[in-house]
Ligand binder design. Structure first.
Ligand code: KG4
Ligand code: ZN
Length: 357
């Protein structure tokens, strides 16, 4: 079965053509047009600009990957959650092709796509992975713990009450005048820094639920930058509240700041995830979403799970598929296609607030 997949929920226009056997997925062609350079100057994604750029990119990208290929058996598209300006472009393109080619249409939830990104590992046979799977989904828009009981059967265990982890990385990076997306830049700077240099708070770490809150940590970072004389060259002073700069004896470096900030996020995420593992006793653990590319997060979660249970498998999204991409949308659609879970082109609608559970 061949599925053409489209993803345009944020700042990447991505298309992929996938071939499925009963045990494996093969990517026949894929192409992604990133809008990072366009949105960089605004410090974040501007919805109207994103929508227009998706509209310019989508048809040429589909034409490019479909060159010389036979008509697919189905078409999958991200229908939500995300920016309505981008979702509409993807959904309208998919709808039109479904009608013209007379092939079934499958709307996919973006988060469900991230959950399935693990299956894009080249040697990942579908049958190897045991349910239930406890998934930590961390991206620019979402921070959630989801129990995946089967393909299409999910239970939300916890989630962020304010900012997503990636959003927090991006906002603090902006305070440091680092360009969007800031997560990878903070991570790179913090690589050789001391994660214990600054005792940032660990919001909600010890609450009995599985929820997160990152806006307080972001504010702590802001106040720390206001009150300490780091390297002024690296700080966007106009983004800081007015305050008096102190003169500490051995001021932490920019690298220490980044390592400590990143360490606080990783500590909260991995601590809560471990508690969720103890409580829900999954057979498999997934780490997915854009922030899953974070090395400190990958390594810390891996270490903590090994200490807890050496036999519990942790699967990480292959790095090229951690950020938004169409291939993961195609994989999530495969199980719906197998069950003939299709939606008519007449009925599909973009839903920016579509909840997975
Ligand atoms: O999944 P994604 O591409 O888009 C959303 O669905 O939101 O995730 C993008 C997010 C951005 O916030 C970006 O800063 C973050 O993932 N990110 C990282 C890293 N790589 C990407 N955050 C921390 N460390 C990284 N290495
Ligand atoms: Zn995403």
């Amino acid at each position: 079965m061949n599925i053409l997949a489209i993803e345009s929920s944020c700042d990447d226009t991505s298309v992929a053509l996938l071939n499925f056997s009963d045990t494996q997925v093969k990517i026949l062609a894929e192409k992604t047009a990133s809008q990072i350079e366009i949105h960089k100057k605004y410090g974040g994604v501007v919805p109207e600009v994103a929508g227009r750029t998706h509209a310019e990119n989508i048809i040429p990208l589909i034409e490019e990957i479909m060159e010389g290929q036979k008509k697919p058996d189905a078409i999958a598209v991200t229908a939500g959650p995300g920016l309505i300006t981008g979702l509409i472009v993807g959904v309208e393109a998919a709808k039109t092709l479904s009608y013209l080619w007379d092939i079934p249409l499958i709307p996919v939830n973006h988060i469900e796509g991230h959950l399935h990104s693990v299956f894009l590992h080249p040697d990942q046979s579908f049958s190897k992975i045991a349910f239930p799977i406890l998934c930590l989904t961390v991206s620019g828009g979402h921070t959630e713990i989801i129990l995946m009981k089967n393909h299409g059967v999910y239970e939300k265990i916890g989630g962020t009450r304010d900012d997503a982890a990636g959003e927090c990385f991006d906002k603090v990076a902006k305070m440091l005048d680092l360009s969007y997306p800031g997560g990878p830049k903070i991570s790179k700077l913090g690589k050789d820094g001391n994660p214990d240099a600054i005792p940032f708070p660990r919001p909600m770490k010890d609450t009995p639920d599985f929820d997160f809150s990152f806006s307080g940590l972001k504010t702590s970072a802001l106040y720390w930058l206001r009150d300490n004389k780091l390297s002024a060259a690296h700080i966007n002073l106009s983004a800081l509240p007015v305050g008096i700069f102190a003169e500490p004896q051995n001021p932490p470096t920019l690298e220490d700041f980044c390592a400590s900030f990143e360490g606080a996020i990783v500590d909260v995420l991995t601590h809560k995830m471990l508690r969720a593992i103890e409580r829900y006793q999954p057979k498999t653990v997934f780490l997915v979403g854009g922030v899953s590319a974070n090395k400190r997060l990958r390594e810390t979660l891996e270490k903590k799970i090994k200490q807890y249970d050496e036999a519990l498998p942790l699967y990480l999204t292959p790095l090229p598929y951690a950020m938004d991409n169409a291939a993961m949308i195609g994989v999530a659609a495969y199980w719906k296609a197998k069950n003939k879970n299709f939606t008519s082109w007449r009925d599909i609608q973009a839903n920016p607030n579509w909840k997975i559970t």
